[in-house]
Design a protein around this ligand. Structure first.
Ligand code: SF4
Length: 149
């Protein structure tokens, strides 16, 4: 490797997958986002790859809110959207592998992106221990999951 190549490598920022709603993309189920200045500040040292597993799985925005119920994901109206959630998770893993990404900053408590805490499937704002479908798949594949409280 030439010294120029070494220098370029050192200057290269670490890549990170980030829940797109945290960046200000209006991809939340209700058409809004979860932007925060704190997250923008945290990400300035990273090369950001935005992801929204629910959109990448084929769901529209806005969409009916969903929650995990064991291994399934159901909308508030009882429709099974597990297939779309699993597809979205696999697309995110595809990007992580393609671009050799080792970290993901994900939105708290989402049935896709939530890490260590999610809603319990009763749509009553009750929080339980557990992961969203995408967070779980990324974690299983050795990706470090970060959240900002
Ligand atoms: Fe945000 Fe993830 Fe929900 Fe998309 S799936 S809106 S990125 S929390």
């Amino acid at each position: 490797m030439s010294s120029k190549e070494k220098e370029e490598k050192l200057l290269k920022k670490e890549r990170i997958l980030v829940s797109a709603c945290l960046l200000g993309v209006n991809c939340k189920y209700n058409g809004g986002n979860n932007y925060s200045n704190e997250i923008d500040e945290f990400l300035k040292d990273y090369e950001v790859i935005p992801i929204c597993p629910e959109i990448m799985g084929g769901l529209p925005t806005p969409r009916i809110a969903s929650e995990r119920v064991d291994d399934k994901v159901l909308t508030k109206e009882g429709k099974d959207v597990t297939e779309q959630f699993v597809k979205g998770a696999n697309e995110c893993l595809f990007l992580a592998k393609k671009y050799d990404v080792k970290k993901a900053l994900l939105k708290l408590r989402s049935p896709s992106c939530g890490y260590e805490q999610i809603y319990d499937g009763t749509f009553s704002h009750t929080i339980i221990n557990g992961n969203g479908i995408t967070a779980e798949l990324l974690k299983q594949n050795g990706i470090e999951i970060l959240t900002i409280k």
